[in-house]
Structures are given as structure tokens and as C-alpha cells.
Design a protein around this ligand. Structure first.
Ligand SMILES: Nc1ncnc2c1ncn2[C@@H]1O[C@H](COP(=O)(O)OP(=O)(O)OP(=O)(O)O)[C@@H](O)[C@H]1O
Ligand SMILES: [Mg+2]
Length: 350
């Protein structure tokens, strides 16, 4: 079995509203899949169908090799789920909640207790194991929910916005845990609005918009598509400007312009942002004149932001070499490549 999940025209209709519209996607076994989309796009609805919580209106899916319509019990045995809204029994303690889950999956007593201890230790919730869930904070409840979902060592783990409300330390613990689970053979489906998290963890990303799968690729593949689209857009814009200049320029300059046109290597820029204590106008002019520089902006905070030619591999080096030559002192520096957020905005039209 190559795929952990395969959907076949999976559709969910509420009244006359299509929440999920003929979804067809394949998620490779042992991968981490990031499921993105604006609020109300259909992520949770899809996950609910894949975890057999709600039936599809039409179409179907195979999860861990089992059909969600024909073999829902087998599907349930293979999956774990951290829902978007924590669904624990508030009057029961954390331990009692997790024990109930373990019993549901028929786990043997000795294994059950040792696994609860181990998982509670990993996500750091052991100190509150005997506290009623209703008296816990949101983040603490989220941790209990995670322990409950992992108790039976499922092959496929569905996480619907699992890090929402977690503090930065716990978030990192969870990211490490997701990574470890994946390394030990688990497939993870991660719904998230956190682009950093998705980029950090996911092998593949799907973007759903108004119930329709709008994009599916590796994070880098999605970014490359956006770069290429912007590249050709900008090349077109520049071509138009050059054509207009063409008509009014003398022969010698026209030839130079033709050279630029031929290369057409202008594209969506890589950004480099620097804070330089002894920044001079001469240095700014030199940076502006570098062949790799497309644009230079000086921010009111003193930061300069350079947009660089993405296609030039030495772009960042060239900028740094120029700064060093001028004995300028950088106190802070960061670079920015086109991000998944750019892809998200483009694909969902927001
Ligand atoms: N039980 C329901 N009855 C009617 N409409 C529903 C129901 N559940 C969800 N919807 C609608 O289906 C659409 C998709 O909802 P869903 O919860 O799947 O979105 P989502 O992508 O998970 O969004 P979010 O990022 O906000 O969690 C929404 O427009 C929602 O209002
Ligand atoms: Mg949701």
C-alpha cells in the first residue's frame, strides 16, 4: 500500500451548500501532509469524513487501505485524531479520559498504564494527570487530547489545528513529537493556519478553497510555481516598458535594451533586510548599482531592504561583499524567500 489516504470524488453537502466538492487526493504513507485553507474551506469536514465521524454525501475514501463506507471499524482502529474542538469528558480526570480511550481500543492493562505514563511525560502533562479536564487550561486540555489520540499507536494521526493555544515551548515539543512519530513510520495529517509550522514539518501540502482542492504539491514545489508565475508576469511588464522605450531611443541604446530583453532573468525577488550602524549614502548607491539588486528601500527604522535577483545564486554573497568592502557594520540581518504564505494568498485569492 503506497498511500495512507486516497479520496475519490469525496463530497459533503449541507442543504444546498457544498462544504467539500469532489475531493481527489492521495497522501503517501509515512508522510506529513499539511492541509491548508481559509476558515470554512472544508478542512475539518474532510477530516471528519476520513475519520468516519460523518458520512460523505457522495464519493468515498480509502484510509489505511480500508474503505470509509465499507469498513469504518477497521479505519477507526488505524487512526488517531486530535479534533479542532477538544472533545474530552470534563468531569473525568486527564488519566481517566485517556484510559477510556485505551479501553475503547482494547489495549491490555499493563501496556495501557505504561503508555499513558510515557506519553504524559513526553507532552509534559503528568503533573495534572489526576485533575478533572474541566478545570484545565485550553493548552493543558489540548495536551490530554493528544495523549488520548496516540494511546493506541495509530498508523495515521489526524491533527486538526493541534498547536492553537499552545505556548511556544509546548508548540516546539509537539513539533518534535510529530517529527519523531513520522520517523517511526506514522503518517500525519496536519490542519493548520501556521505557515511556519507547515513549512517546518510537512512533506506535502494541499490547499483547499471553498470545498475545492486548489493546490497540491511539496512546499518547495508550490513556492516554485508562484516564483515562476511572478517571474513571467514581471518579464511581461518589463517587456512592455522596454517596447515603449524602444520607439524613442537611439540605435546604440536600443541594442543594450535588446540584450536585457533577451536575458529576461527578472523574477520575484529574494529579500535581504539589514540594519547597518554606519550606513552611508555611498554604500546605498553601491548596493543599488549591484547587478543582482532589483530594488533598495530604506525603512524609517534605519533598516535597508534589498530585493535581489532570485535567479542569481551569489546574490546574497555579492551584497555582503559590498557591505564588507565598505567597512560597514551589520548589527542585524535576515533574508526572506517567497513563503508558503505567499502561495496561500495567491491560491485562495486573499
Ligand atoms: N454541520 C454543519 N452544518 C452545516 N454547515 C456546516 C456544518 N459543518 C460545517 N459546515 C460548513 O461547511 C463549511 C466548511 O467548514 P469546515 O469546518 O470544514 O471548515 P474549515 O476549513 O475546517 O475552517 P476553519 O479553518 O475555520 O476550521 C463552512 O462553511 C461551515 O459553515
Ligand atoms: Mg476546521
Amino acid at each position: 500500500m503506497k498511500y495512507a489516504i486516497e479520496t475519490f470524488d469525496l463530497t459533503k453537502v449541507y442543504g444546498d451548500f457544498k462544504a467539500v466538492d469532489s475531493l481527489n487526493m492521495k497522501i503517501e504513507k509515512n508522510s506529513i501532509f499539511g492541509f491548508l485553507g481559509p476558515n470554512g474551506a472544508g478542512k475539518t469536514t474532510t477530516i471528519k469524513m476520513l475519520t468516519c465521524l460523518i458520512p460523505p454525501s457522495s464519493g468515498t475514501a480509502r484510509v489505511a487501505g480500508y474503505d470509509i463506507l465499507k469498513n469504518p471499524d477497521e479505519v477507526r482502529q488505524q487512526i488517531g485524531m486530535v479534533p479542532q474542538k477538544v472533545s474530552l469528558y470534563e468531569d473525568l480526570t486527564a488519566r481517566e479520559n485517556v484510559e477510556m480511550c485505551a479501553d475503547f481500543y482494547g489495549m491490555p492493562e499493563d501496556l495501557k498504564e505504561s503508555r499513558i505514563e510515557e506519553l504524559m511525560e513526553i507532552v509534559d502533562i503528568k503533573y495534572a494527570a489526576d485533575k478533572p479536564v474541566g478545570q484545565m487550561s485550553g493548552g493543558q486540555q489540548q495536551k490530554v487530547s493528544l495523549v488520548a489520540s496516540l494511546i493506541h499507536q495509530p498508523d495515521i494521526l489526524f491533527l486538526d489545528e493541534p498547536t492553537i493555544g499552545l505556548d511556544p515551548t509546548t508548540k516546539r515539543v509537539l513539533w518534535d513529537l510529530i517529527d519523531e512519530l513520522n520517523s517511526s513510520g506514522h503518517t500525519i495529517i496536519l490542519c493548520s493556519h501556521d505557515m511556519y509550522e507547515v513549512e517546518l514539518l510537512c512533506d506535502y501540502v494541499g490547499i483547499i478553497n471553498q470545498g475545492v482542492l486548489a493546490a497540491f504539491d511539496t512546499p518547495q514545489g508550490l513556492k516554485d510555481t508562484v516564483i515562476k508565475e511572478e517571474e513571467s508576469l514581471r518579464a511581461k511588464e518589463i517587456g512592455g516598458i522596454l517596447d515603449r522605450i524602444d520607439k524613442e531611443t537611439p540605435e546604440s541604446e536600443r541594442r543594450a535594451i535588446q540584450e536585457i530583453k533577451k536575458s529576461e532573468r527578472v523574477c520575484a525577488g529574494k529579500e535581504i533586510s539589514m540594519l547597518i550602524v554606519n550606513l552611508t549614502d555611498d554604500l546605498i548607491s553601491e548596493l543599488e548599482a549591484l547587478p543582482v539588486t532589483l530594488d533598495v528601500k530604506k525603512h524609517h527604522t534605519g533598516r535597508i531592504i534589498l530585493e535581489l535577483d532570485e535567479t542569481c545564486e551569489t546574490a546574497v554573497n555579492d551584497v555582503l561583499a559590498s557591505v564588507i568592502r565598505n567597512n560597514a557594520r551589520i548589527t542585524s540581518i535576515s533574508t526572506k524567500d517567497p513563503s508558503l504564505e505567499d502561495v496561500f494568498m495567491k491560491v485562495t485569492g486573499r
